[in-house]
Each structure stands twice: as structure tokens, then as C-alpha cells.
Design a protein around this ligand. Sequence first.
Ligand SMILES: Nc1ncnc2c1ncn2[C@@H]1O[C@H](COP(=O)(O)OP(=O)(O)O)[C@@H](O)[C@H]1O
Ligand SMILES: [Mg+2]
Length: 191
Amino acid sequence: MKEVCRPSVRRDGQRRTAWDGPGGRVPILKEGELDIISHSAEQTQRLGQRLGGLLLPGDLICLSGDMGAGKTVFSAGIGKGWGAIDPVTSPTFNLVHEHRRLKDKQRLYHLDCYRLINSSDLDGIGFDDVLNGRGPVILEWPERIEDALPKNRLWIELRVLEPTRRNFIMEAVGERYQHLLQRFREMTFGI
Ligand SMILES: Nc1ncnc2c1ncn2[C@@H]1O[C@H](COP(=O)(O)OP(=O)(O)O)[C@@H](O)[C@H]1O
Ligand SMILES: [Mg+2]
């Protein structure tokens, strides 16, 4: 597979290099980070699916990026990999979408915080119960409520490069998420 060496900019402003996807060079930037390029919505779904299969109750996955970046496509993949009975789609009226699967009593929580102004909008919705609940949590637009989020999490920045190309920068904070990212990397890149 073609190897792309495209400079991109980290959240902390430092320049860095993004490598192309599976088959390309190992996309490690530093411990606890992974930089991937997806070439299609299907590939993004598959990436989500791999991650979804690894998730445990209490895991927090933050998907940050512009409208149309692919947060919901990735979430749908997570739902599929996790085993959700009903498909994960774009959240509509309810802030919290709760999904079930057949094999156990776990739940998968999917929230789209786009319409929230800040974390005070979470008052009274039992957000802590969601975070400490029976399943993993996926957040779209997590930056809206960042001050209400635990520091340990998997934070994923999605960027639109071209109509069908997306850059995923995955940043693991905390031991659990470093382990999760390591497993995801092994499954995706074989190393
Ligand atoms: N590589 C890609 N990854 C994800 N989505 C893509 C990709 N290429 C094109 N798309 C399209 O971009 C759109 C992403 O939509 P969506 O996941 O709802 O975005 P968001 O939830 O970030 O607003 C979909 O229409 C999808 O088909
Ligand atoms: Mg969305």
C-alpha cells in the first residue's frame, strides 16, 4: 500500500507526520498515540468495529471533529463490533442513546453533545450514571463538555483531508486506554 507522509498538526500545535493505513509504516507517533488515514466510509466503519470489539464497561471514547468528519460512521462501526442489536445511528432528540446486545446485560451509550453549550447542560440528565454505568460510552462533540469528563479516556480527533479521506489521531490517556490502543494497533496493523 502506498505510504503517505503528510505533515499534520497536533492538538498541542506541534507538527507531526501521519502515515498511511494498514500495510504502510507503523503509525506510532509516541507512546499512547496512533495516527491513521481512512480512505473510505467503509474503512472507517471497519476501524470502529475493531475498537468496538475491545471495549469494556466504563470505557470512554471521545470523537472530536467537524460536522461530516465521520464520527457517527465510526460510532456505527463501534456498535457493530461491540454487538449492538440495533444499529448506532445519528442521535436525534434524545441526548443519550442506549444500545443493548444479546450476550450479556451490558449497555453501549452513544451521546451527541452538539446541541449542548457547555457541561452545565448536563445537569439533571444523570451523566455520571452514564459514565459509571453498565457499558462503554461514545461521545460526539466531547469538547462541548470537556470539563465534565474524566481525564482518562481515548480521545480521537477526526479531520477531513479530502472528500473520502479522513485523518484519525488517537490519543490514549491513562493505563487502560494505552492498553486498549495497543490492542487496537495490534489488531489493525499486526504489531
Ligand atoms: N473516510 C471516510 N470516513 C468516514 N466517513 C466518510 C469517509 N469518506 C466519506 N465519508 C462520508 O462522510 C460522512 C460522515 O458523516 P458522519 O459520520 O455523520 O459525520 P459526523 O458524525 O462527524 O458529523 C458520511 O456521509 C460518509 O459516507
Ligand atoms: Mg454525528
